[in-house]
Design a protein around this ligand. Structure first.
Ligand code: HGY
Ligand code: MN
Ligand code: MN
Ligand code: MN
Length: 393
């Protein structure tokens, strides 16, 4: 791989959506997202690839005829981020995909099948609350009407955001033509954990994605004056909310799962007003579905209302494909993960899918601290090129 391509691409996107305090905020359909879509189109054009955006907002850059029977070898990830996220979660997979394709061409590899770089829209669900919106719409796992109505913190819907970006949300939904083009999908991703550090390996392949979901919890009380309302007269929803957060940690430990409340909305949100309403989002995950469900069932009675906003069942990547790729890489660790990915959505829809992980020295992710060493990024590109070559020749 010529470093110039990887380093050049990495530099080209490194200031897009940068937060003053470090990290990146790249909400779907926001200006940074639109800037990155333009970057994707330019990188595709630079390589003479046939780039287009499908009706769900996912982007594809094809080397070869995408309508070749049996579909092509697709590799990619996402470019959107969580709020103040890291540089690698998503973009490493897209930049590495272009660099891997460059490597194949530089070595004169002649694919028997078309090869594509893909970028799925709104994988993090940071703005509209549901993760993997682009791949879930593509596969029919998310109802288009529900998607259109998804609402961000600013009260704007996904449909409005797409229209503001010059897209027509009317076409959202399962896209057979595009789906048929994906013969096999491989997503390279920075590891969100430290298994590869412990294994002392720069790359690994995915075994499974843990069951995980997001629930919206509503706590209701009565707004009142912070200074003149007697304690006995208060109905403060902050109390059951706070107790629920503590109960979630205790239940997670007991059930052997993980649970987080990473987002809270307090209304009216004035320091001198007892809240009338607290909305909290619970993220719960674990190696098995049962204990995750048990944790949520335990916490639910504490809230006035509980709504499941997204659920991903256990995803086991195709063992034959997984082992074939691990062998093609000379035998590398095979890792389960608690992080959701578009590859998991495609696998759940029956598309042969796999993941290649790149070592993350601290394991930290969804944080400006997220990092991967340049040598490991290079190892990731070489591994991805090897895997794509294995699948397309
Ligand atoms: O939240 C996740 O698991 C992924 O990083 N989107
Ligand atoms: Mn992520
Ligand atoms: Mn990701
Ligand atoms: Mn992903």
């Amino acid at each position: 791989m010529t470093e110039a391509t990887f380093d050049g691409m990495w530099r080209a996107i490194s200031e897009v959506g940068r937060d003053p305090g470090g990290g990146y905020t790249r909400d779907a359909w926001s200006p940074p997202d639109l800037e990155l879509r333009e970057w994707f189109r330019q990188e595709a054009a630079r390589r003479g690839l046939d780039a287009h955006e499908d009706r769900n907002g996912n982007m594809w850059a094809w080397w070869g005829d995408p309508d070749t029977p049996g579909g092509g070898v697709v590799t990619g990830s996402h470019l959107d981020s969580v709020r103040q996220g890291g540089a690698y979660d998503g973009p490493l997979g897209v930049v590495s995909a272009f660099a891997a394709l460059d490597d194949l061409r530089a070595r004169g590899v002649r694919p028997r099948r078309p090869v594509a770089v893909a970028c799925f829209t709104d994988e993090e669900g940071a703005r509209f609350g549901v993760p993997c919106i682009g791949s879930r719409l593509l596969t029919g796992a998310l109802d288009p009407g529900r998607a259109r109505a998804l609402t961000g913190d600013d009260g704007g819907t996904l449909a409005e955001a797409m229209r503001a970006a010059g897209r027509d949300p009317g076409g959202l939904g399962r896209d057979e033509t595009t789906l048929r083009r994906v013969g096999v999908f491989v997503e390279l991703h920075v590891e969100q954990g430290r298994a590869l550090v412990h294994e002392e390996a720069p790359v690994g392949v995915g075994r499974a994605i843990w069951p995980h979901g997001r629930w919206r919890l509503e706590f209701r009380g009565r707004a009142d004056h912070a200074g003149t309302t007697r304690l006995a007269d208060r109905d403060d929803p902050m109390l059951p909310f706070a107790e629920t957060v503590l109960a979630a940690r205790e239940a997670a430990r007991r059930h052997g799962v993980v649970a987080t409340v990473g987002k809270v909305r307090v209304r009216p949100g004035s320091a001198n007003a007892i809240p009338g309403r607290v909305t909290a989002w619970l993220d719960a995950r674990g190696p098995e579905e049962g204990p995750v469900r048990a944790l949520v069932a335990e916490l639910a009675p504490r809230a006035a209302e509980v709504a499941c906003e997204s659920w991903t069942p256990l995803v086991e990547f195709d063992p034959a494909l997984r082992d074939r790729l691990a062998a093609a890489l000379g035998g590398v660790p095979v890792l389960p993960t608690g992080a959701g990915h578009d590859a998991g959505v495609l696998a759940s829809a029956g598309v042969p899918s796999a993941m290649v992980y790149v070592r993350n020295p601290t394991g930290i992710s969804h944080s400006p601290e997220e990092h991967a060493e340049p040598d490991d990024c290079r190892a990731g590109v070489a591994a991805l090129a090897r895997v794509v070559e294995e699948l397309c020749t």
